[in-house]
Design a protein around this ligand. Sequence first.
Ligand code: 6PG
Length: 229
Amino acid sequence: MVADAEALVREGTALVLACARTALSARGVFHLALSGGSTPRALYRELARAGDEAGFERWHAWFGDERCVGPEDAGSNHRMAAESGLLARFPADHVHRMRGEDGDAAAAAASYERELRAALGLPPRLDLVLLGLGADGHTASLFPGSAALAAAGWVTVGRAPKPPLQRLTLTFATLEQARALVFLVAGSDKAAALAATLDPSVSAAPPARRAYPLDGDLLWLVERSAAGA
Ligand code: 6PG
């Protein structure tokens, strides 16, 4: 648990840079999947200020999920990451945008899956996936009761309870393959979802409880207000 939003940014930035160093020294490349929403915005801004020693030229930016809107849309996760200045640190062809705006979400999911497999092979092992937690216990665009929870493959179509309804999302299978998953959670409105996610005695498991690496690290960066009692 971290004390406040500033600590979440500081700790989160240090974690991403540490994961990058590990990946770059092991494989010479760092595949990072970005979360959407509002929590990571400040972290992306801080990360964008990292020095050249971070080795951004060998980083690849992926997305954990994206709304089926264009990159200029206010709801676009790509736009949020771009506005933070972070995407500008990557070589342009290392930014892998989910292109859900063309009207055929299933085709867009299949296309992104091909892109993932082409870059990472099978199974596609991302080095680090940043995730948020919704107040309903969703993560990425894996919402309670949605078909995406049972989807096969590596990328699927998600359906949100609030607009933009249609999303693209990594599946649990892809999250399971990650070398590290880091949840970034802030805000008292997340306390109940966090408790339900982390407490195995809660029988109605939120989708976020199913997001864990089979062979990797799972870390929670929780800002105090989200930690509840
Ligand atoms: C999205 C995100 C989503 C987000 C959570 C938490 O596309 O909105 O990927 O999973 O991480 O909803 O959002 P906040 O950080 O805004 O609370």
